[in-house]
Ligand binder design. Structure first.
Ligand code: ADP
Length: 162
């Protein structure tokens, strides 16, 4: 059984992330979406809220689950007996950082590989931070997110500005 980990912040999960999750689920027997807890950026949603959103949007993909994790990605990969890390590449700007990370992980854990999936062109411009920027000023975010997630993001900003 081949298990892959797709790690990230997912604050919140976008349609671009979902596209990578769905395609990974067709390649691997099992995909675990790893929600990073101790991220340098202070997140809009708690790790458990992000896990719940991921569980909801991936409910139709039976071989996908979501879990939060702390600390080193490689430790999380080993704990889950996975052998591949999946990352999405949007543009050349993602590449330098991703390459560095993949090479460093390969030195720490030579048995684990990183697989890059290039973005679906429809979502090449999409990032959680730009979606939050639009939502912060009350803009329409329905083209970027699952409808349930879009509602939660709008509600979060409504409660913050109240
Ligand atoms: P991180 O903070 O680790 O970059 P993100 O949640 O922003 O976490 O992204 C997780 C992964 O998803 C990264 O590999 C990122 O490059 C990828 N990703 C983000 N947005 C898209 C998108 N629109 N299309 C394809 N991949 C994406």
């Amino acid at each position: 059984m081949k298990t892959a980990i797709y790690p990230g912040s997912f604050d919140p999960v976008t349609l671009g992330h979902y596209d990578i999750i769905e395609r990974s689920s067709q390649i691997f027997d099992r995909v675990i979406v790893g929600v990073l807890k101790n991220h340098a950026k202070s997140p809009l949603f708690s790790a458990s809220e992000r896990v719940k959103m991921l569980e909801d949007v991936t409910a139709g993909l039976p071989n996908v689950e979501a879990r939060s994790f702390n600390g080193l990605l490689i430790d999380f990969v080993r704990q889950n007996k996975a052998s591949v890390i999946v990352r999405g590449l949007r543009a050349i700007t993602d590449f330098e950082y991703e390459l560095q990370l993949a090479q460093m992980n390969r030195v720490i854990a030579p048995e684990i590989d990183t697989l890059f999936l290039t973005t679906n062109l429809k979502y090449a411009y999409l990032s959680s931070s730009t979606v939050k920027e639009v939502a912060r000023y009350g803009g329409d975010i329905s083209a970027f997110l699952d409808p349930g997630v879009a509602k939660l993001v709008a509600a979060k900003y409504a409660s913050v500005s109240r």
